[in-house]
Design a protein around this ligand. Structure first.
Ligand code: NDP
Length: 295
């Protein structure tokens, strides 16, 4: 199978590099510099989506938002323009996208004989490098079975979540949970700091106590060293939490805590900008609680 990858940002480039260990890859990104780096490693840069579609059987996409995915599929020079003489039969969307929009795109593609699968991933690029990233796949089971070897060349942690869009629903469930846990951890640690506890003591004790979680285990030790714990834009996490709370409205789940998380992330984006690293949300909690995490 000929494979193409669109979107070589923080997440897409890790996934594409992993695929290149076992496949020849054609690649596309709006940033020319990224394409050149991939070409140096043996990938074939595509001129646009249409030319990629002419050469590939399966195209994977990892872009910031579902609007970007719609643009590369249906926009000018997009994948569908290459379909008349093209080979592409499966589009795999690895974006943490909007499941409702993805289901609409899948229906439009089905009319052209193309099958769409959603397959977002978690937690981040380091897990791709380690071969342990979790892949949440939604779509027709027989198509997922067909492309399973592609997924397995990224990671063996592949989970079938149901119909198209369900992988993205599970990804929203994950991200609203992880964001809320991150913010609760920061708030709790601010309480300790205000009362004279050091970050070092809290990190060690929490990781041996009932409050232990992913953020006490990974974020706090990185914070002690002054190192980033993620390479993920705050604006992209806000996008996920917005989508999760909107999904809650559409199906009647109140999202009491999720909406507080949404508000804090929105305030963080106003203060530090869309492109700020998600770690910078700690600065917002510091300023709201009038404390500093590090001595
Ligand atoms: P980035 O912003 O780092 O990368 C996106 C890349 O796609 C950029 O190079 C961007 O260029 C390019 N791009 C944007 N529009 C187009 C287009 N129309 N055609 C071709 N290329 C385009 O984002 P991430 O890689 O961090 O995130 C991608 C997705 O993965 C998001 O949905 C995110 O939520 C998800 N994700 C990210 C994780 C992470 O740790 N970073 C973890 C798990 C999921 P430009 O910047 O110039 O627009």
């Amino acid at each position: 199978m000929e494979l193409g990858y669109i979107g070589l940002g923080a997440m897409g480039r890790a996934l594409a590099r992993r695929l290149m260990l076992s496949h020849q890859l054609r690649v596309l990104d709006v940033r020319q510099g990224l394409l050149e780096k991939f070409a140096e490693k043996g990938a074939i840069p595509a001129e646009n989506g249409a030319s990629l579609a002419r050469e590939c059987d399966v195209v994977l996409i990892c872009l910031p938002r579902s609007e970007n995915v719609r643009e590369v599929i249906f926009g000018s020079g997009g994948l569908v323009e290459g379909l008349d003489r093209g080979k592409v039969k499966v589009v795999i969307d690895q974006t943490s996208g909007n499941p409702i929009e993805t289901r609409m795109m899948a229906a439009e593609l089905a009319e052209k004989g193309i099958i769409m699968i959603d397959a977002p991933v978690s937690p981040g690029p380091e897990a791709v490098e380690a071969g342990t990233i979790t892949i949440m796949a939604g779509g027709p089971p027989e198509t997922i079975e067909l492309v399973k070897p592609i997924f397995e060349s990224i990671s063996s942690n592949l989970y079938y979540c149901g119909g198209i869009g369900n992988g993205q629903v599970l990804k929203l469930v994950n991200n609203i949970l992880s964001s809320t846990c991150r913010l609760m951890t920061l708030e709790a640690v601010a309480l300790g700091r205000k009362n004279g506890l050091s970050l070092e003591t809290m990190t060690e004790v929490l990781n041996r106590s009932g409050g232990r979680n992913r953020f006490t285990e990974i974020m706090l030790p990185k914070m002690i060293k002054g190192e980033p714990s993620v390479n993920f834009a705050m604006g992209l996490m806000l996008k996920d939490v917005n989508l999760a709370t909107q999904l809650g409205i559409s199906c009647g789940v109140p999202m009491f805590l999720g909406n507080v998380t949404r508000g804090l992330l929105q305030a963080g984006v106003y203060k530090y900008g869309e492109d700020a690293n998600l770690d910078d949300i700690a600065k917002l909690i510091e300023s709201l609680t009038d404390t500093t995490f590090r001595e």
